[in-house]
Design a protein around this ligand. Structure first.
Ligand SMILES: NC(=O)c1ccc[n+]([C@@H]2O[C@H](COP(=O)([O-])OP(=O)(O)OC[C@H]3O[C@@H](n4cnc5c(N)ncnc54)[C@H](OP(=O)(O)O)[C@@H]3O)[C@@H](O)[C@H]2O)c1
Length: 365
């Protein structure tokens, strides 16, 4: 990465901040939110559908799980902390009483709920992801939906026990491994020919922060001031999520794969590292809070782009495979770097090779 690429990044970063301040609120109030009434209510006894959701214990992922549960899905919630995930599952079950009270009377018996199960998976540990997939496959031969939502943002530079940078491994490589391991059960749904299985990657508007393609593994992101480079590493990881979604769509055309930006949701745990910092945390809390007021959406609104990509019955393989969805749910073009097929192939091959080098072969012979 050259000095001019860093300056370019800084320019885009400040434009992004200015847009959030001055354009954000008007953009957000014009958002076209996906209506969850379009998502079919399933009866798990007659139409059993299985979803795997990563990071479902907080923020956007919790709302994904809540609404899938209310729509009758069987959900495997993959997380690293059993206590957190089981208490999140309990809260979803409690929320049911509140929701049912709002149902129109004639719908009460037509909306049976699904079920929620915890599966241990730590995305800083490749072996743990491999094991999580094996555990799910022990119980399920058919998987209809995978939502890759778990993520971390702007952490200090750290390398995991697999010797990968922590943001990239958590946001990309580990969840790619999980997906590839679950693929036989996803493909099995496609082969039955009645239901189109789906995969959704949580990307971010932050993928646009890099104006040139910073290749995975580029060591220049490991040097220099962390306050700048950590955002570049986050941006790089969220760009990779779009690349992998596009490559999956191309390589597996019978699976509807997408990536989404959920919106700016400042009260999730994603921002907690910055909010907790001594001194800087005071500014961070003020800055993040103001950004949220001007340009943010709620956590529940934040799940709508994901749930549109995951469940909107009007989406088809022919016209929608590999697409990117913006906050609230409308389709949008991601950046040119994200759309570039050669870049996407590079990201795919890099991840395949890194996994192979660590004993996890994910490509089919
Ligand atoms: N919030 C936003 O403004 C925003 C904007 C654009 C994109 N996104 C994307 O949306 C997704 C969800 O973010 P959120 O805002 O809902 O954040 P969040 O509340 O922090 O949720 C992140 C989830 O990921 C899990 N996770 C993190 N590291 C993990 C690991 N090593 N192993 C297993 N699980 C792990 C967390 O589990 P623990 O509780 O165990 O940490 C949590 O359940 C992320 O991919 C994020 O990049 C968010």
């Amino acid at each position: 990465m050259t000095r001019s690429a860093e300056i370019e990044f800084l320019k885009v970063y400040f434009v992004f901040i200015l847009l959030s301040y001055f354009g954000g609120k008007s953009i957000m109030t014009k958002l076209n939110f996906y209506s969850l009434e379009k998502t079919p209510y399933l009866n798990p006894r007659t139409d059993r559908r299985v979803a795997v959701v990563t990071g479902g214990n907080s923020g956007i992922g919790w709302y994904d799980c809540l609404h899938l549960y209310l729509h009758g899905w069987t959900i495997y919630v993959v997380g690293r902390n059993e206590q957190k995930v089981t208490s999140a599952i309990q809260k979803i079950e409690e929320e049911l009483k509140v929701t049912i009270a709002k149902y129109p009377e004639d719908q009460l018996n037509k909306r049976p709920v699904g079920s929620l199960k915890y599966v241990h998976g730590d995305f800083t540990d490749l072996a743990s992801c491999d094991k999580a997939a094996k555990e799910i496959l022990l119980h399920e031969k058919l998987i209809h939906l995978v939502i890759l939502n778990a993520g971390v943002m702007a952490l200090p530079l750290q390398f995991t026990k697999d010797n990968l940078e922590i943001q990239y491994q958590t946001n990309v490589t580990s969840q790619f491994l999980l997906t590839m391991r679950l693929l036989p059960a996803v493909k099995a749904v496609a082969e039955q020919g009645q239901i189109v299985p789906r995969i959704v990657f949580l990307s971010s508007l932050a993928h646009t922060m890099t104006r040139s393609f910073v290749k995975p593994g580029d060591k220049s992101l490991f040097k220099g001031p962390n306050f700048l480079k950590t955002w570049m590493r986050y941006s790089q990881s969220k760009l990779a999520d779009i690349h992998l979604a596009k490559q999956l769509a191309q390589r597996y055309p019978k699976i509807l794969t997408s990536s989404v930006h959920p919106g700016v949701i400042v009260d999730t745990e994603l921002y907690s590292h910055w909010k907790k910092l001594p001194l800087i945390g005071v500014f961070a809390r003020g800055f993040i809070g103001l950004t949220g007021k001007l340009a943010g959406v709620s956590q529940e609104e934040g799940c709508l782009s994901t749930l549109r990509a995951a469940t909107d019955p009007s989406l088809t393989l022919e016209k929608d495979n590999g697409k990117y969805y913006d906050a609230g749910g409308p389709q949008k073009d991601p950046s040119d770097i994200a759309n570039n097929v050669e870049n996407a192939k590079y990201t795919w091959n890099w991840n395949v090779l890194e996994l192979k080098g660590r004993g996890f072969d994910v490509e089919e012979a």
